[in-house]
Write a new protein. Sequence first.
Length: 420
Amino acid sequence: MRRLKVLLSAYACEPGQGSEAGVGWNVATHMARYHDVWVITRENNRPAIEAALADAAGVRPRFVYFDLPPWARWWKRRQQGVQVYYYLWQLGAYFVGRRLHRTIKFDLVHHVTFVKYWAPSFGALLSVPFLWGPVGGGESSPRHLWPELGARGESYEWWRELARALGERDPLVRFTAHRSTIALAATPQTGQRLRILGVKSVYMFSQAAISREEFLCLSANHASPDRPYRFVSIGRLLPLKGFHWGLRAFARAGLPDWEYLVIGGGPDEERLRTLARSLHIDERVHFLGSLRREEVFSRLRDCDVLVHPSLHDSGGWVCVEAMAAGKPVICLDLGGPALAIGAEAGVIIPAAHPGLADRLATAMTLLARNHELRRRLGEMGRRRVLQGFLWEGRARQLASYYVEVVANHRSDGGRAWPLG
């Protein structure tokens, strides 16, 4: 297989991170082993990227940094503003990519991040084969749960539904879909939306993965035998993460020998602290705030069960990390987390029925009282990560998709597009 010249669009791209920044970085660095890779990303990612590249051995991707002028950056001060800034950034990155293409003559353009299907990728405007994804965002939370999210959480869900509906009607999103030789969907729900938008070939491809080095770090479990038993929830403290259900379930389970760690920061922190006090569990619930990734891994190794009742995560990276650490996962049957743990590595709670906190409490009690079950589920989780959630294996899959995209483009006659 000859080495292709590949242009990646990766707005989020940073070494040593999870979530979308980790997707951008890992796709770039792992695909450079198979092909000649150029990456367009943001200027403020440069310090971390350059530091990581200085210590890297072997073939490395080439990074091209681009940001909007300072006058445009005020858009990023609010969550909704980030979306506007990203849209404008995509437009500017297209012109950067077009200049590069005139010199390099790319064989393929691959949009990597952001990983949401309802925003366009202006890389699709270049007159070369186009691969989209993995993208997510097609998951919807059950509306009967919205009132329990509080005013902030419920308004966010309404805003998300509106933004997604408008995005699906954006002519540039539909153009991106029609230009995609292949689109990679993080969840079946997203795959269905991509087909409706007009994508010809949709393959399932989870966003969540870790490196072999991260797996070895997480699986090196040196938990103290005399420490308390611990549940843990990790992520941004937002209503959609569902940590309030975890706290209610912990109170109802009545497990005096267990603690509950909450790792992360965000606007929902005070509401969660108030809830813990009202439930009289605040002495056993510990809010640790935002931690560095290495410290998160250390804390995760020192816990027993991950509680992740999120409403619409497309990826569920923290679930994969918990599985690598040999910890069973409790999650809802929504989006990426349930796909990650399958039927072997934890307990999946149906979200469509009432009494969510009670069902979470039942699952927490089951795992708390059965050490052998926790051990068995944890071992199955490690096995699942080794079999399907390491970046090395994902890179081999992507390399095969690259070849298929280029071959399909040639068999279609290599359609030209006027803006390339």
